[in-house]
Write a protein that binds this ligand. Structure first.
Ligand code: HEC
Length: 163
């Protein structure tokens, strides 16, 4: 049986650990944007509302993001999300990557209820409304159509003669 005294010792070392880990530095910065996505204002507004916290350099680091160990999970999640898709570094990928990226976006927006459920439970104001989802899907469709045309045009241009 655990004695009362040892329970106290366990509790106080736990508290001490929780206190000490607060001082482990974390990468919670929002670096400057290198190439922000360009899209119509209303599309940007929707992305800002629902996606920028993880997929951009405009993360709003809320209070839990400052309390270890929750902060570790949050900053790791943002780092992971920025690697997967970053609206603040939009133009670095090649054309092929670009196609896969916009298609992944289409799928994510279509199945938005499955993406990052915990975040949207904690931040219900960030959820996409049906109208916002349609707006994004429409923009994505146009983007994909333009990619198609660019692809055809570039195929017809002899190498070395591209403008
Ligand atoms: C709470 C953070 C968070 C939010 C908010 C968020 N995402 Fe993500 N997203 C992630 C993480 C983490 C990944 C990488 C792991 C994964 O694929 O689930 C990711 C991956 C993705 C991918 C890549 C998927 C693939 O198959 O390559 C796309 C596209 C994406 N998110 C789109 C969006 C869009 C669009 C929104 C807004 C409507 C959004 N995300 C909101 C965290 C988030």
């Amino acid at each position: 049986m655990i004695k009362k005294k040892s329970l106290k010792t366990i509790a106080s070392s736990l508290l001490l650990t929780l206190f000490v880990i607060q001082f482990i530095p974390l990468n919670r910065i929002n670096p400057p944007e290198t190439s922000p996505i360009s899209a119509p204002g209303e599309v940007i507004a929707v992305l800002q509302k629902s996606c920028f916290d993880c997929h951009s350099h405009h993360t709003k680091w809320t209070r839990p993001a400052y309390v270890a160990p929750i902060s570790w999970a949050i900053s790791a999640k943002v780092a992971h999300a920025r690697r997967a898709l970053n609206f603040s570094k939009w133009n670095y990928a090649g054309a092929n990557d670009d196609k896969a990226r916009i298609e992944a976006m289409r799928k994510t927006v279509l199945g938005a209820d499955q993406h990052q459920q915990l975040y949207y439970i904690a931040n219900p104001q960030a959820r996409l409304t049906a109208g916002e989802r349609d707006l994004l899907l429409n923009w994505i469709k146009n983007f994909q159509r333009e990619q198609q045309t660019e692809f055809k045009n570039s195929g017809n241009t002899p190498p070395g003669k591209r403008l």
